[in-house]
Design a protein around this ligand. Structure first.
Ligand code: URA
Length: 208
């Protein structure tokens, strides 16, 4: 897996605001969406273009449009929904494929409780969105599901990644590209990223 930590000043500024322990639900939600947009901008920078003729006000004019695979955005429930609108603001025609996973408390393995993929997912590039790449278990399960459905080009967008999660995805899916606003230090005993953001799902939904 190739990993790109996006050091753009806007991303780093917004991420630092997200780390503030006193941030409001409203600000956390807004900033999560905004960073989602900026990560999408970076993750789509190499999309191929083709030329076509635009019938402009002054007559035929050379234009360019995105060629090749269309996109499906894949939010992992629930926290991934927090990035969805921001991502769609950059790729408004993308289809959305939703994956719901929870962790079985006994086996500690991710269990799928919802899966609804775009019907033509084998023809699309997937942009998985989930704010926190912690152990990597959910991301791994989601990538496995996408590949089983025939999806061949997968990129993952996260706000913060832990080295443990990066290592797991690198080992299992070296072809997947990761875009993150930060690579943090480590996981703590409860599986939270340090310094991280705390529970991103709770902060997005105001349930903390
Ligand atoms: N999920 C979160 O919301 N935060 C973490 O730090 C790890 C997983």
């Amino acid at each position: 897996m190739s990993v790109r930590e996006i050091r753009h000043p806007l991303v780093q500024h917004k991420l630092s605001l997200l780390r503030d322990k006193d941030i409001s639900t409203r600000s956390f939600r807004e900033l999560t969406g905004e960073i989602g947009s900026l990560l999408t901008y970076e993750a789509t920078a190499d999309l191929e273009l083709e030329e076509y003729t635009v019938e402009s006000w002054i007559g035929p004019t050379a234009g360019q449009r995105i060629k090749g695979k269309k996109i499906t955005v894949v939010p992992i429930l629930r926290a991934g929904l927090g990035m969805l609108d921001g991502v769609l603001s950059m790729v408004p025609s993308a289809k959305v494929s939703v994956v719901g996973l929870y962790r079985d408390e006994e086996t500690l393995q991710p269990v799928t409780y919802f899966e609804k993929m775009a019907s033509d997912i084998d023809q699309r590039m997937a942009l998985i969105v989930d704010p926190m790449l912690a152990t990597g278990g959910s991301m791994l399960a989601c990538i496995d599901m996408l590949k089983a459905a025939g999806c061949e080009q997968i990129r993952a967008l996260v706000l913060v990644a832990a080295p443990e999660g990066i290592r797991l995805i690198e080992e299992k899916h070296p072809d997947v590209e990761l875009y993150t606003a930060a690579i943090d230090e480590r996981l703590n005993d409860q599986g939270y990223i340090v310094p991280g953001l705390g529970d991103a799902g709770d902060k997005i939904f105001g349930t903390r």
